[in-house]
Design a protein around this ligand. Structure first.
Ligand code: PMP
Length: 399
């Protein structure tokens, strides 16, 4: 007799990507497949000091149960961190600490989605979000994107047609798209939120990883001060994962008060609170003032790798591949054109690539609806510049 699992599990399956990851253990594989930051980028010294201080200064708080909303000194540091990025008016009580931003997404799903509810996501979008929202029974609607991010006119039409519970966007260096939503479109998104009284969820784990001299356009959260009323319709998920350490599992959620209260209630029943030791360590780290230098270092290394990958893709694959050079984040999002009789199906290409010793992720699973089978995601985060050149040369052999 099979175990009688909950029917909500009927809506989700283990991702195709997980299956692919099993092959990554093969010796000598160069992987562009993961979504991980490079472990060599972690500020181990800074985190060691921060964790020691956390234990020395407030052992009780760092090792005891804590408030569901989060450790107060960390909430204050995170509010200050958001302020440093242009969110002028944010107060610590307007955010809660979550166990990674993944938990913030789960709490949004839990608090907002009833089975059959429509939720608009970008096509393509973060795979774990698709799975998480489906687990709550969401009927996902896919809004098309280009290199400037989501197409706001189409988004407006979809909002009118589907009256979604909310719209989920990754406006800055999306995963997998790498796309950057333009300033003009950001304003329009906020105006749409107010006009249609529709909650917008901004997922922003990559906003600090920009490669240009100037930062990208402000987050929707920062811009909301320019669009009256928009803050009432905006949730924002932040994360320490890509810049500091994903293993810390420290993220945060900014949301209107009544949503934050419901999310906190659900978090209480789920994990009670995010690890107090991790929170105290993150608070000490932010307090230490090391973050700006860490960000500079991380941006510089990823910028070099992104350039190396762009050059190599052009050199090795020419017009058989199309992409926009990412200005930040961890990913290239590309399309196989089939030019010169080369392979145009990304899943087939992925299989051949593994045989040649290089891995990437086919793009189809990142679409909630109507997958683009010629699309693929390549991460430049974990391979050094030489390995990137070697890996892309192997891609040519596989094409
Ligand atoms: N959102 C996006 C778009 C991501 O790419 C990721 C990590 N891959 C997350 C959320 C979750 O990150 P974390 O839980 O580590 O903060």
């Amino acid at each position: 007799m099979p175990l009688p699992f909950a029917s909500r599990l009927d809506n989700v399956e283990t991702s195709a990507i997980r299956e692919l990851f099993k092959l990554l253990g093969k010796p000598g594989i160069i992987s562009f497949a993961g979504g991980f930051p490079d472990s060599a980028m972690f500020d181990v010294e800074g985190l060691r000091e921060a964790s020691q201080k956390a234990l020395a200064e407030e052992p009780g708080a760092a090792l005891q149960y804590g408030a569901t909303e989060g450790y107060e000194p960390l909430r204050a540091q995170l509010a200050a961190f958001e302020q440093s990025k242009g969110v002028q008016d944010i107060q610590p009580h307007q955010l809660i600490v979550t166990t990674g931003s993944q938990q913030a997404l789960d709490l949004l799903g839990k608090t907002m989605i009833s089975p059959g509810d429509k939720v608009i996501v970008e096509g393509p979008t973060f795979l774990a979000t698709i799975q998480c929202f489906r687990l709550y029974g969401a009927d996902l609607v896919s809004a098309p994107i280009d290199s400037q991010g989501v197409d706001v006119d189409k988004l407006e039409a979809l909002i009118r047609e589907h009256k979604p519970k909310f719209v989920y966007l990754i406006p800055t260096f999306g995963n997998p798209s790498g796309a950057l939503l333009s300033l003009e479109r950001r304003r329009k998104v906020l105006e749409l939120a107010v006009r249609y009284q529709t909650l917008i969820v901004e997922d922003d784990p990559y906003g600090d990883l920009y490669f240009t001299k100037e930062p990208p356009p402000p987050s929707l959260l920062a811009l909301s001060k320019d669009v009256p009323g928009s803050r009432d319709w905006l949730a924002h998920c932040g994360s320490m994962s890509k810049v500091l350490s994903p293993g810390l599992r420290v993220g945060w959620l900014v949301a209107p008060p009544e949503l934050l209260a419901k999310a906190t209630m659900c978090k209480q029943f789920s994990d009670a609170h995010t690890s107090t030791f991790a929170q105290a360590t993150a608070a000490q780290y932010l307090k230490s003032g090391r973050m700006p230098a860490t960000l500079d270092r991380v941006r510089k290394v990823y910028a070099e790798r992104a350039l190396a990958m762009g050059d190599a893709l052009k050199r090795e694959l020419g017009d058989a591949i199309e992409f926009t050079q990412p200005q930040g984040g961890l990913f290239f999002w590309a399309r196989l054109t089939g030019a010169g009789g080369k392979v145009s199906d990304a899943a087939e290409f992925a299989k051949r690539a593994i045989e040649k010793g290089v891995a990437f992720v086919p793009g189809a699973p990142f679409f909630a609806k109507e997958p683009d089978r010629s699309a693929l995601r390549l991460s430049f985060a974990t391979a050094g510049v030489d390995k990137i050149a070697e890996g892309v040369a192997r891609l040519r052999q596989a094409s």
